[in-house]
Write a protein that binds this ligand. Sequence first.
Ligand code: BES
Ligand code: MN
Ligand code: ZN
Length: 504
Amino acid sequence: MIKHTIKTSDSLGISTDCLVIGVYADGRLTPTATKVDRSSNGLIKSLLKRGDIAGKCGQTLMVPCGTNLRAKRLLLVGLGDQKKLNTDAFTDIVQSTAKALQDAGITTVVLALAEGNVEKRKLEERIRIIVETFSDFCYQFNKLKSNKSQLKKTFPETILFPLTNKQDATQVRKYINQGKAISQGVELTRDLANLPGNICTPSYLAAQARKLQRSHQLKVSILNEQQMRTLKMGSLLSVSRGSREPAKLIIMEYRGGPKNMAPIALVGKGLTFDAGGISLKPAGKMDEMKYDMCGGASVFGTLVAAAELKLPLNVIGIVPSSENLPDGAANKPGDIVTSMSGKTIEILNTDAEGRLILCDALTYARRYNPDVVIDIATLTGACVVALGDPASGLFSKHDKLASEILQAGEVSGDYAWRLPLWDQYQKQINSPFADIQNIGGSGGGAITAACFLARFTEDLNWAHLDVAGTAYKSGAQKGATGRPVRLLTQFLIERAKTKSQANS
Ligand code: BES
Ligand code: MN
Ligand code: ZN
């Protein structure tokens, strides 16, 4: 992990491999760039004048320094139009910066980029964005490569943030810690998600949860299939019947709040490999279905972030985990199973298995009398069609909860977008033979999947996040993103604020 420090002395007086400063497209300079310009006979202005850098968003220029500065190099970074710099553009700029530093093999850096004015973002928030973006950029998944030394890239090891006002230090330190806690959660989520199905099985996930008991003082309990049978989780167990790996129900409790405070329950789909079952998926890109446990992995990551931040809240993570494979004992189209709630389900497509394991986990969540229940799942291809990768799909009948989640998305840059959950869609999943069927018609697939879950969460303050389009990337950049850990952690941070206000 990168080391972050702050310094309130003059940034030009600090010895470093590289000093990073921002320049705008109209030739205007950030405060530190102005100072550097003055103490170097107008170097920055002349570089801009000569056209070596135009100040466009994300443009970078590495300049070796003479003896008049303590930094060995300067990295000029374009911040674009001063009045139009929004969060997303700023994040891109920080990414280009990280790339330029990596390409130059720089390990210690003084970063004055947070001086850039970013719409709606205070200084400490800009610094948190930098912390998170560098961590995201430096992430590598090398665990399963045999020759690790060959793969090693040089990333910045120490980042120093110069501050002009001493008064900012406390707040900035707090936000650096938030950024680090969130990054740690994101990293764990990406690591778990990137592991292949033959390694990351339900039992493996359960073992990783047990580790968090020690490292983060979570209370962890794992239910095996026998215990789930006793609880009558017939829907969840029907999915794992076609697999040789036993299903697990993983429960992780973070207790940071008062004993009597109702918890927030996070329920994450932990399907460690989804071949579709008897309704087998086509071969192309089927490997990506190792990512079908990303929702569950995000619950792990969010609990770690909450524990790192010592949030004064109680959070229960519940991860139903199974494989979905074809086999002589697997679910068959037309089978009818009885869920823990007592509701019967006609399984028309064995590939709509996420909702089958989630409904029992959601019913199980009731025993904690939760204040809020949020489930997170790579639930439908239809959600990817609807929203692509910028936003996770959000479904809820509770406007207040929905707006809190949307707001957490805005603040964290880990966006969600709300889709309807109207009862009009419910008729698509009425079954002639059972209480409910596990697929709807051809339209609104992300919504009918959410409608299915809604049948099990009546009278709960519940929301569903479909992260099929956001939790991982396909193609050349294939890999887990760690979403929506940032959204969920921000949601918890805000909750902790309002709860402590209510108590004071
Ligand atoms: N895990 C998939 C959803 C998915 C698809 C996630 C693509 C990420 C990318 C889920 O279990 C599934 O197979 N859903 C089906 C539902 C259908 C049979 C109603 C789907 O979306 O095709
Ligand atoms: Mn499926
Ligand atoms: Zn699935």
